[in-house]
Design a binder for this molecule. Structure first.
Ligand SMILES: [Zn+2]
Length: 258
């Protein structure tokens, strides 16, 4: 049995982590799931990282045009205290966290306590690894202690599953070092592990053709700030009818079977 909408047993609320590479539709899935709760008259609380909060302050937006208001969390916020206070004010049925890779280790534990002690399911969505191929702190802790892990799939240009991301400079060159955070989504591209390895240029076995094909890797200087998104997809697009979400699953995600 799973703790889903309508089930109130404290012991059954879980901490979920849905992870993926960039542009896999994480925010869309989050917004759909939250919508499904709301549609049943249930109350959700949404969080996203303050690191991305510029133009979209306090909002979770998806590339297909739907969005929702969200609380912005920072590294020093006690999420359990925050959620507990809101829960006392008015009962919460589910908590959603976008950009969960930026959670601190302590904050992941705070969210675990929300599930375990307040009896509220917590669904986290985030990137697994950064552009250097290393785990984010939040993702690392979620992979360690979440009750339920789900991989959201997206594909590389070659058609294989994309599990890695590369960071590109404004002129399209691949960056191999630099800050893990303080970034702009549009500068990231999802690749399969093999093409990531080729592009990063770590592999001595990278074929000559792969070496020739990939843009020259460079070191990142300061966090690159400019770079208008090349395609700027649907930024101003009107919110799409949320009806599309109604067809989606009403329950929190299940573990992916491989
Ligand atoms: Zn590939």
């Amino acid at each position: 049995m799973r703790a889903g909408p309508g089930q109130k047993c404290l012991a059954m609320s879980k901490l979920y982590f849905s992870y993926a590479a960039m542009n896999a539709g994480k925010s869309t899935l989050l917004l759909q799931a939250s919508w499904n709760y709301n549609e049943r008259g249930m109350r959700t609380m949404l969080f996203t990282s303050s690191l991305y909060a510029k133009a979209d302050a306090g909002k979770i937006t998806s590339r297909i045009g739907i969005n929702a208001t969200a609380n912005l969390y920072s590294a020093d916020d006690d999420l359990c205290a925050w959620i507990s206070k809101e829960h006392k004010r008015k009962k919460l049925d589910c908590v959603f966290v976008d950009e969960a890779q930026f959670l601190s280790k302590q904050q992941v534990w705070q969210l675990a306590r929300v599930a375990d002690r307040l009896g509220i399911p917590v669904l986290c969505f985030g990137l697994r690894t950064d552009f250097r191929g290393e785990l984010f702190e939040g993702s690392s802790e979620l992979l360690a202690i979440a009750d339920n892990l789900r991989e959201i799939r997206t594909i590389c240009h070659c058609g294989r599953k994309a599990t890695m991301v590369v960071r590109r400079s404004a002129d399209g060159r691949t960056l191999t070092s630099g800050d893990q955070v303080g970034i702009e989504k549009s500068m990231y591209v999802s690749l399969c592990r093999r093409h990531w390895d080729d592009e990063i240029g770590r592999s001595a076995a990278a074929t000559p053709s792969a070496r020739a094909a990939r843009p020259r890797a460079v070191k990142a200087k300061a966090p690159v700030k400019k770079a208008k998104p090349k395609a700027a997809p649907a930024k101003k697009a009107k919110a799409a009818p949320l009806k599309l979400a109604a067809a989606a699953r009403a329950r929190p995600p299940r573990r992916t079977k491989r």
